[in-house]
Write a new protein. Structure first.
Length: 229
């Protein structure tokens, strides 16, 4: 997306802390994860307004050129904070947002930023096979090493600012849950019912049917039922 188009996006939409941001990439891993877990979106992050700039806080599985982390000043793997404008410019996939009403207070913005700083060295959780293994119930893996996938990191961010139940382990909140999630029980806040697309694919995605060799349909259904409980 060109700078002029980015300016139009910022003029059209009022971004603020707490907005959830979703992406769909076209690389092999994104397509496979989306297909296997029956996802409408394959990644999630959250907006943080900091020092009069709109940032995206998220956990990425690989370095993304053009996305420089706030603290390290360069692309990195794992937990990171980078400008939304840079993501709009460099990311070639689909980007959508669920807007939060009202936006988070300055006090909660500071709390979110401190949570980011305390986790900036936390790595990505591994391959999508590790994601599957961890999601099903590998408690020993969680004890050995702190690591995040996109959804359980955002779940912990939401828990940290009081928008999600802290009594539930973050890895229990699947990406599908966070795509449809609203803040039941929190009367002061609410998310839009729909995801607003703010950036389309650079080029039209190919319609490809994706299959996982070695997994029968019944096994795939069984595994997904464990994850989405």
């Amino acid at each position: 997306m060109k700078r002029g188009e980015i300016e139009k996006v910022f003029s059209k939409y009022k971004f603020g802390s707490g907005d959830l941001i979703y992406t769909n990439g076209k690389d092999k891993i994104n397509r496979r994860v989306k297909s296997f877990f029956n996802l409408s979106w394959c990644h999630i992050g959250i907006i943080l307004e900091w020092e009069n700039e709109i940032y995206v806080l998220e956990a990425l599985r690989k370095e993304m050129e053009g996305l420089n982390d706030y603290i390290t000043g360069k692309p990195k793997i794992g937990v990171q904070l980078h400008k939304l404008s840079d993501k709009l410019e460099s990311y070639g996939g689909l980007i959508g947002v669920r807007f939060l009403h009202p936006k988070l207070s300055k006090k909660l913005e500071y709390k979110m930023f401190e949570f980011y700083k305390s986790n900036v060295d936390v790595v990505w959780g591994g391959s999508w096979f590790h994601l599957l293994y961890t999601a099903i119930g590998d408690n020993e893996r969680r004890k050995r090493k702190k690591e995040y996938y996109c959804s359980n990191f955002i779940a912990e961010v939401l828990q940290n600012v009081g928008l999600l139940d802290k009594n539930v382990k973050s890895w229990k909140f699947s990406l599908n849950f966070l795509i449809d999630y609203n803040i039941y029980g929190y009367t002061d806040y609410g998310y839009d019912d729909r995801i607003t697309v703010i950036k389309n694919y650079i080029s039209s995605p190919r319609n490809i049917e994706h299959r996982f060799n070695g997994f029968s349909k019944s096994v795939k259904t069984l595994i997904c039922s464990f994850i989405h409980k």
